[in-house]
Write a protein that binds this ligand. Sequence first.
Ligand code: ACO
Length: 362
Amino acid sequence: MNNGLEDVIATETRLSDVDGEAGRLVIRGLSLDHLVSTSTYESVAALLLDGLTERRFGAAELGKWLGEMRSGLFAHVTVLDTELLALPPVDAMRALIAHLPDDEDFEAVLRLLAAPAVFLPAILRMQSGKEPVAPDGSLSQAADILRMLTGQLPSGEQTAALDAYLVTISDHGLNASTFASRVIASTRAGLTSSVLAAISALKGPLHGGAPGPVLDMFDAVGTSENARDWLGDALDRGERLMGFGHRIYRVRDPRADALKQALRPLVLTAQVDRQQIELAEAVEHAALTILKERKPDRPLDVNVEFYTALLLDALGFPRESFTGVFAIGRTIGWIAHAREQALEGRLIRPRSVYVGPLPEAA
Ligand code: ACO
């Protein structure tokens, strides 16, 4: 038995593959490098959904439908009351999504792709005492998210950076939240249920809850010179360094480099705090050195969450919302896997080894 199911093959999928030794992510036959340099969120979403719904469509059609869906969903934010707004953003977003019908048709797919993109910016604005901004269905999903967040049309570099982020995190093999989505889909419960279960799995700090704490770490480290001492003390206290390590990757997470690359135009055009980037690079360098010294038998490298923190911070998302933004991007992966499971899979029902007392002994 493998306690964390490592190396257990639980399903076949045509959607994505994570090669932990080579540090390679393949989505529908295309490498992440290729996808990030050639695709938009809408085109990756169309690629992932290919053959998994009753409709055939391209990126442009999907973009138009998502825009219409975003506009239609805006009315749902009126449900947000003081009790919901007191929750962390990802929990408030999950609560709003739970109001949606639990269908499995194409409209449900569009609804669930558009909903987090509309709900999270509205929640963030209302939590800071501002009016929510209605979607502009003519924009791309990335541009509209930023516009709904800030109330202003984003720059080309900002839109491209968020789009690259959404592409980069669209799917990633059988991670914990995607597995949760497939388990729910295997019971035929409905797509909303799959997405809700996946968000619930994602929010933990060992999965998608890490990037906020990455920024907390930068704040606590304070200066580049302090990085090594601070990280050493954290490891002495038995803490894990957020943004490092991965269950599958034994080398650098390729998504970290894709996001570092996506940050570059913002750095070049001074749309990001240079000092923060320099501090991050010092922390990364010190962490890699110290992890190698302390855990020589376990290759621990930077993961996606490290540069996620820098990128989302640079785009103006508050750190407590990072998990919610991750969910906006990963929902396409969860839905594609849920559809694949529903169409091709069986009820997922593993077994456990009972180690409690037997009736005579009890
Ligand atoms: N910092 C310090 N030590 C670490 C770290 C880390 N970030 N990650 C793993 N280790 C150590 C463990 O303490 C353990 O040491 P030990 O054998 O001396 O006890 C050893 O490396 C092996 O760790 P495991 O728990 O077996 O690794 P696992 O594959 O279960 O964990 C995980 C992967 C959860 C991502 C882990 O590396 C971690 O906690 N990282 C920090 C949180 C983080 O960045 N999460 C985001 C992951 S990316 C994503 O899900 C989107």
